[in-house]
Design a protein around this ligand. Structure first.
Ligand SMILES: Cc1cc2nc3c(=O)[nH]c(=O)nc-3n(C[C@H](O)[C@H](O)[C@H](O)COP(=O)(O)OP(=O)(O)OC[C@H]3O[C@@H](n4cnc5c(N)ncnc54)[C@H](O)[C@@H]3O)c2cc1C
Length: 276
């Protein structure tokens, strides 16, 4: 698979860069080829139809538009309805030659995308616009800290695949319970503890376990930190990292993936991906 050239920095460095959207064009009609359940609360949907679409980075996001039924059919009203049924997701394992890719949906019991994924079957259609990537690991950072809830785990896994020998990486990942832990491919080095801290929230609301890291998480001044998850938790962590720990803003990429109490697209939820 052809990877795009990696630029170490855009908009001021430390792995952030100008949004890169290769061959941006209108939505591409894709078809579901396989559905699986990597964990009880995650549905992995394999899709086909993206031949010629180049990857734009490990955290690359796409806008998905969902038909009201299994396919778009020929009724123009269905295309208009799909434009109102759009959500943002991380595009995984994009192969521009075959056009295959995957999306991992957290099932959270409400909305459009989560319920769609729970019902998804091979042959179902969805429209995909993008991708846009924004983040690369910065080889010069003293350490890399990734903090996310389960919506950020797909992107975190893809980011981690890009690490090179000697990079020091720590991950804090909020999940509902132990059954949601996944293999992130990180192993403890001799004499050190596990590089992955699982934050099991139990009865707490999603985002609370991640927000509880405020005041606890420490990192080197020249660390590179990526934060993704519920908007208020992301905002609180970003403030902690920049205002309290004194990290330069350019070293912190903080992305609101969803907003508690608000569907994506609600004016109150802001634009998906804000707080960067
Ligand atoms: C750049 C980017 C990448 C993303 N990548 C992924 C990804 O790879 N996988 C993934 O699962 N999500 C990902 N998300 C998050 C996803 O877009 C949101 O969770 C989205 O709101 C889900 O749409 P929905 O139709 O299921 O729910 P919506 O209709 O948007 O929301 C309905 C209700 O559910 C609540 N809600 C939404 N998401 C959650 C949640 N995770 N847990 C609990 N309650 C929730 C909302 O607050 C609202 O009250 C990403 C978001 C961004 C911005």
């Amino acid at each position: 698979m052809t990877q795009p050239p990696r630029t170490p920095a855009g908009r001021g460095g430390a792995g952030r860069r100008e949004q890169r959207s290769a061959r941006r064009r209108g939505p591409v009609r894709c078809v579901v080829t396989a559905v699986s359940r990597p964990t009880p609360r995650t549905v992995r949907v394999e899709i086909a139809g993206l031949a010629g679409v180049e990857p734009t980075g490990p955290d690359q996001r796409v806008t998905l538009a969902f038909p009201t039924g299994r396919t778009f059919g020929t009724d123009p009203a269905e295309a208009a309805a799909a434009r109102r049924r759009r959500r943002t997701y991380t595009l995984l394992d994009l192969d521009p030659e075959t056009g295959s890719a995957a999306i991992e949906f957290v099932v959270h019991g409400a909305g459009i995308a989560g319920p769609w994924a729970q019902q998804a079957q091979p042959g179902d259609e969805l429209d995909v616009t993008g991708p846009i990537g924004r983040f690369d690991l910065d080889a010069d950072a003293a350490e890399h800290v990734l903090i996310c809830d389960e919506t950020g785990i797909p992107a975190a896994r893809a980011i981690l695949r890009g690490r090179t020998a000697g990079m020091r990486v720590r991950v804090y990942a909020e999940v509902s319970d132990a059954a949601e832990r996944v293999d992130l491919g990180l192993r403890a080095e001799e004499g050190t503890g596990s590089p992955v801290t699982w934050l099991e929230r139990g009865a707490r609301a999603p985002g609370e376990a991640m927000a509880a890291l405020v005041g606890e998480v420490r990192c080197e001044p020249s660390a590179q930190v990526w934060v993704a998850g519920e908007a208020s938790a992301v905002r609180a962590l970003r403030t902690h990292l920049v205002a309290e720990l004194g990290l330069e803003r350019r070293r912190v990429t903080a992305v609101a993936y969803w907003t508690a109490g608000h569907a994506e697209g609600d004016p109150a939820s802001g634009r998906p991906g804000e707080h960067d």
